[in-house]
Design a protein around this ligand. Structure first.
Ligand code: ZN
Length: 134
């Protein structure tokens, strides 16, 4: 596994993108809406890892509710895996609670699965695998 990205919940991409561009010294290379999750995402490349900024597109969305409870800040960490279904089975067998039973389509051309933070020392954890384009 490698760290694919770290997700950060923000109220406004309009404010957060230029701020992160200034801090990281690199431009946001992609913004993408994931309608099924009610989020607008913005990505920054840092070596082999990325920073993903997440803004809610709905008042009741997961990111809106997260910010309401905890404020802006770190939302999740994502690990890249080469065989997501196999990793999901392994995690389930190890007793981790998966938040989706099947891989679902996430941002940045990825299959993703989230694991409940209760079972991972308080950190919402994402497993992701690049979607094969062939
Ligand atoms: Zn993510």
């Amino acid at each position: 596994m490698t760290i694919d990205h770290i997700g950060i919940a923000v109220k406004s991409l309009e404010i957060a993108i230029p701020l992160y561009e200034k801090m990281l010294g690199t431009s946001c290379y992609k913004t993408e809406e994931v309608a099924s999750e009610g989020v607008l995402t913005a990505f920054f490349k840092l070596g082999d890892s990325k920073i993903e900024l997440l803004q809610s597109t709905t008042e009741q969305g997961v990111i809106a509710r997260f910010i309401e409870k905890k404020g802006e800040g770190m939302h999740h960490i994502a690990y890249a895996v080469s065989d997501l279904p196999a990793e999901m089975t392994r995690m389930k067998n190890e007793g981790f609670e998966l938040l989706n039973a099947e891989p679902k389509r996430g941002a940045d051309n990825k299959w993703v699965c989230f694991m409940h933070p209760k079972g991972t020392q308080g950190v919402l954890t994402e497993l992701c695998q690049e979607i094969d384009q062939h």
